[in-house]
Design a protein around this ligand. Structure first.
Ligand code: NDP
Ligand code: OXD
Length: 312
C-alpha cells in the first residue's frame, strides 16, 4: 500500500479525507501535523503551499501533486527536491470555472453594470447605449495555456476581438497570437480589457506594473485572476486614480487573506473577490491523483509535470 501525505492546513485536509477514502481506498492517507508519520514511508505528497524545507525530508518521495493549477506555492520552497516530479492539477471543471469568472467580469465591464448599479441605488431610470460592439472591444489574455485558451475561445465565441500572449506561438482559431517579450508592447496596445492568466514565475512576477499599464489604451480594464504576485498593487491604484485605467477585477492578492487595511477593499473602481475564481473540486482532484499514482506504479510516465527551470 502506498502512502500519500496531505500537506495542507488542517481544516483543508479534513475536506480531502473522504474523497480520497472513496476514490482511492488502496492508498494510505496521512495528514501532516495531525498524524505521527515515519518520513521514509511517505511515497507521495499532495499540497498547495508546503512549509519550506519540508518536502526534502522525505527520502523516498516519488512525486508531489499540486492541489491547484498554479505551483508557485510549491516551487517557492528554495529546498524543493528538484529530482522529484511535481504534477500540477489540470482539470476541465477548474478551467471552466476560471473561464466563467473571466467572462463574468468582461461582461460586467462591457455591459456597464456598475453604472446601472449606481443608477439603481439612486432610483434613476438611466438608459444608455453600449459604447462599442463586441467586435470593437479588444480583449488581451496574458497566458494562453489550459485556462487562457478556453477563456479565449469562449470570449471569441461571444464575438469579442481576442488575442493571447504566451512564450511560444499559438494557433487558436480566431484568436490572434503574440509571443515573447518582443511582441508584448503590440499586444498591450491593442488590449482594451487585459486578463492575466499567467503562472507566477521569476519572469512574470510584478508584470502588471506601471510600465505595462502605460502601454494599455486609455480606459482599459484589468482582470487579475492568476496570482497576487503578478500585480504591483500601488501601480494599479495610481493608474486608476490618474484616470488612465477605468477599473479592475481582482481575485488574487499579494497577501491573502487581503488585509483589512488594504485600500483595494474600498476603491470605487476595483472589484475584489477572495481567490474563488475556481476551487479544485475534491472528488475530481482525489481521482486525478489516485489515477496518476496507479499509472506511475505500473511504470507509466506522469503527465502535467512542471518544468522547475521554467517555473510552470
Ligand atoms: P498553463 O501552464 O497551462 O499556461 C500558462 C501560460 O502562460 C502558457 O501559455 C505559457 O506560455 C504562458 N507563459 C508562462 N510564462 C510566460 C512568459 N514568461 N511569457 C509569456 N508567456 C508565458 O497554466 P494554466 O492555464 O493552467 O493556469 C494559469 C494560472 O492560473 C495558474 O498558474 C494559476 O496561477 C492561476 N489560477 C488561479 C486560480 C484562481 O482561483 N484564481 C485557479 C486556477 C489557476 P507557453 O504556452 O508558450 O509555454
Ligand atoms: C490554483 C488556484 O492554482 O486555485 O488552482 O489558485
Amino acid at each position: 500500500m502506498k502512502t500519500v501525505l496531505l500537506v495542507l492546513p488542517l481544516d483543508w485536509a479534513e475536506v480531502w479525507l473522504v474523497p480520497f477514502a472513496e476514490t482511492a481506498p488502496d492508498l494510505r492517507i496521512h495528514v501532516h501535523e495531525r498524524d505521527a508519520i515515519a518520513h521514509h514511508e511517505i511515497d507521495y505528497v499532495f499540497t498547495f503551499r508546503p512549509p519550506h524545507g519540508l518536502l526534502k525530508t522525505f527520502p523516498n518521495l516519488k512525486a508531489v501533486f499540486s492541489l491547484g493549477a498554479g505551483v508557485d506555492g510549491v516551487l517557492s520552497d528554495p529546498e524543493y527536491p528538484r529530482h522529484v516530479p511535481l504534477v500540477r492539477f489540470v482539470d476541465e471543471t477548474l478551467s471552466r470555472e476560471m473561464a466563467q469568472y473571466c467572462v463574468l467580469h468582461v461582461l460586467m465591464h462591457y455591459r456597464m453594470q456598475r453604472t446601472f448599479d449606481a443608477a439603481q441605488a439612486a432610483r434613476e431610470w438611466r438608459q444608455a447605449l453600449l459604447p462599442k460592439r463586441p467586435q470593437e472591444t479588444r480583449i488581451g489574455i496574458l497566458g494562453l495555456g489550459e485556462i487562457g485558451t478556453l477563456t479565449a475561445e469562449w470570449l471569441r465565441d461571444m464575438d469579442f476581438a481576442v488575442a493571447g500572449w504566451s512564450r511560444t506561438r499559438k494557433h487558436v482559431r480566431g484568436v490572434e497570437s503574440f509571443a515573447g517579450a518582443g511582441e508584448l508592447p503590440a499586444f498591450l496596445h491593442r488590449s482594451d480589457i487585459l486578463i492575466c492568466l499567467l503562472p507566477l514565475t521569476p519572469d512574470t512576477r510584478g508584470i502588471l506594473n506601471a510600465k505595462l499599464f502605460a502601454q494599455l489604451p486609455q480606459d482599459a480594464f484589468v482582470i487579475n485572476v492568476a496570482r497576487g504576485g503578478h500585480l504591483v498593487e500601488a501601480d494599479l491604484i495610481a493608474a486608476l486614480d490618474s484616470g488612465h485605467l477605468s477599473g479592475a477585477a481582482l481575485d488574487v492578492f499579494h497577501t491573502e487573506p487581503l488585509p483589512q487595511a488594504s485600500p483595494l477593499w474600498s476603491h470605487p473602481k476595483i472589484t475584489v473577490t477572495p481567490h474563488i475564481a475556481a476551487i479544485s473540486e475534491p472528488c475530481a482532484a482525489a481521482r486525478y491523483v489516485a489515477e496518476r499514482i496507479a499509472r506511475f506504479e505500473r511504470g507509466e510516465k506522469l503527465d502535467n509535470v512542471v518544468d522547475p527551470a521554467r517555473g510552470y
